[in-house]
Ligand binder design. Structure first.
Ligand code: SIN
Length: 577
């Protein structure tokens, strides 16, 4: 696969540094990859968009799932993951996750992460949706991600791994053979490495996190703008399963017009016995699924949306008054503080909740070593689609996936270097074109994109809502393109415009995939195709931007899937950057 030649409009790099590996992103996946690469003797640079601990990992509450408890086994973890994934998990990828997971967690503990323990010193385990056993390790009650982030950031600093903060990655550099040669990036710094520059490296690990900011209300921080997926598409890599956006069922409801990052109310609160109730105090999940409030996340989100529609309500409630003040303070201090900051006291009143965008189950398509379809480009964590999550990620599998697949990537890079010196060569990037003729979007368009996506491609989707979303996104693109072509005008290059342009890129691909998938499966809910359709749709939708600047959207037939619809290779519409 070669680069599309499409790049973000940006000045030519004014400075450069070199390394064996550049890791883009500093969540659990990025920092684990960096630590393991450095330990393998590879010169590693971590570049990250804001500060080292500003990504999604820090916000993870519930915990990290692994078969660590007595009587639990990787096989049972595998079964729960496959059920949640609704027929689209890659079983081998899941098997690697669940078998390598427990030791990866132990290595994280050796790196310095402290998990909550019981009176005997064993790791305390809780339950979340879709898990038939207690297998979620947590830290600081409901501050698991913050503790993992703290431990990894400290380790990276202690081991002297080079880091570049406030650095937005722009595009992949490739050599004359189409192999990875590094990245271009924009650094808001001072002195030597300021403005647009380049890190030259024969291996690039994308660990840029998710794209939740493509929707109006999300649990994701403001940095989650789909930069890695957009970069990979421009680089000619394949992305897969983008239509499977997970909406977390219980996000603190702050009003129908609330925008941006919203406080999460962890599934672990339900795992410890909280009930979902409607405005009349009735538990509506009982009878809908054998696990009631602890059904897989998509089922609970749908249950909430259905009840909201039946009652014309804007939200439902999570009732955990019976925990009492002690348990709230000890077990869920972060959530308690967030609720109280918004004038709600969960100790004395039910908490208003509604679904919001939470996790991209799809992403940049990789194999079991984290390799993408572009040689030398790897992906791990939320930006990747390893096949582990299928149509719906099982709760708390994401931190584990970040750990396990980051370790696999580092092992692969080290092995390649030892075997054939591939990653030891000095990369020779081909010249970076200064002014590609495609438009950047003004930062104000971000809110327009978010509104379009929430209205047309949110929890509930239909052919009509998706067509409207697609048309509105195309119009946005056409307006920017028209301004460039007619008056040579485009938005001023800068962090906000690059992010907004990335958001439009991933939004268009997401909508194209969601239109194509005419069924309801996992977290993709089509009102006009209410049933799961295994005959036609037990397959992945894979998207790539072709060098001729059209989007090729096609479906794959994994070996064990029934071969159907040979005509499914379609190019629905031009998708220029
Ligand atoms: C939660 O704590 O509910 C979120 C956990 C996850 O998304 O895996």
């Amino acid at each position: 696969m070669t680069s599309t030649g499409i790049r973000l409009h940006a000045p030519a790099p004014g400075w450069s540094i070199a390394a064996d590996v550049v890791v883009v992103g500093s969540g659990v996946a990025g920092l684990t990859a960096a630590l393991r690469c450095e330990a393998a003797g590879l010169t590693t640079v971590v570049v990250t968009k804001a500060r080292l601990d500003d990504g999604s990992t820090r916000w993870a509450q519930g915990g990290i799932a692994a078969a660590l408890g007595e009587g639990d086994t990787p096989e049972q973890h595998l079964d729960d993951t496959l059920v949640a994934g609704a027929g689209l998990c890659d079983e081998e990828a899941v098997r690697l996750l669940v078998t390598e997971g427990p030791d990866a967690v132990r290595r994280l503990i050796s790196t310095g992460a402290h998990f909550d323990t019981d009176d005997e010193g064993g790791i305390q385990l809780t339950r979340e949706g879709g898990h038939h056993r207690r297998r979620i390790a947590h830290a600081g009650g409901d501050a698991t991600g913050a503790e993992i982030s703290r431990a990894l950031v400290e380790a990276v600093r202690a081991r002297g791994v080079r880091t570049v903060e406030n650095a937005l990655v722009l595009d992949l550099l490739t050599d004359a053979d189409g192999r990875t040669a590094g990245v271009t990036l924009h650094v808001m710094g001072e002195g030597q490495h300021d403005g647009v520059g380049a890190v030259h490296a024969p291996a690039v690990v994308l660990a840029t996190g998710g794209m939740g900011q493509v929707f109006s209300a999300t649990t994701n921080p403001s940095v989650s703008t789909g930069d890695g997926v957009a970069l990979a598409l421009r680089a000619g890599a394949e992305v897969s399963d983008l239509e499977f956006v997970q909406f977390h069922p219980t996000v603190l409801f702050l009003g129908a017009d609330a925008e941006g990052q919203q406080p999460l109310v962890s599934e672990a609160v339900r795992g410890e016995g909280a009930h979902l109730v409607d405005g009349d105090g009735v538990r509506f999940m009982v009878g809908q699924h054998e696990l009631a409030e602890l059904a897989p996340r998509d089922i609970v989100a749908k249950g909430i949306m259905r009840r909201m529609r039946e009652q014309g309500a804007e939200h439902m409630f999570l009732d955990a008054r019976h925990f009492g003040a002690d348990m709230w303070e000890r077990r869920f201090p972060t959530i308690l503080a967030a609720c109280r900051a918004h004038g709600i006291d969960p100790v004395t009143e039910p908490v208003p909740v509604a679904p919001a965008a939470h996790y991209a189950s799809g992403g940049v398509r990789t194999d079991s070593h984290g390799r993408t379809t572009v040689p030398g480009l790897y992906a791990c964590g939320e930006v990747a689609c390893t096949g582990v999550h299928g149509a719906n990620r099982l709760a708390s599998n994401s931190l584990l996936e970040g750990l396990v697949y980051a370790e696999r990537i580092a092992a692969d890079i080290a092995r390649e270097r030892a075997d054939n010196g591939l990653h030891a060569r000095v990369p020779q990037p081909v010249a970076h074109p200064e002014t590609p003729a495609h438009p950047l979007l003004a930062p104000e368009a971000r809110f327009v994109i978010q509104r379009i996506m929430t209205e047309g491609a949110g929890v509930l989707r239909s052919a009509a809502s998706l067509a409207t979303a697609a048309d509105r996104l195309e119009r946005l693109h056409a307006e920017a393109r028209g301004a460039l072509e007619e008056n040579g005008k485009t938005a001023e290059p800068g962090v906000d415009t690059w992010e907004t342009t990335n958001l439009l890129c991933v939004a268009r691909v997401l909508v194209a995939a969601a239109r194509l998938r005419e069924e309801t499966r996992g977290c993709h809910w089509r009102e006009d195709h209410a049933e799961r359709d295994d005959t036609h749709w037990r397959r992945h939708i894979v998207v790539r931007l072709d060098p001729d600047r059209t989007t090729a959207v096609h479906t794959t037939d994994d070996a064990d899937f029934p071969p159907t619809r040979p005509e499914a290779l379609v190019a629905p519409r031009p998708l220029e950057q």
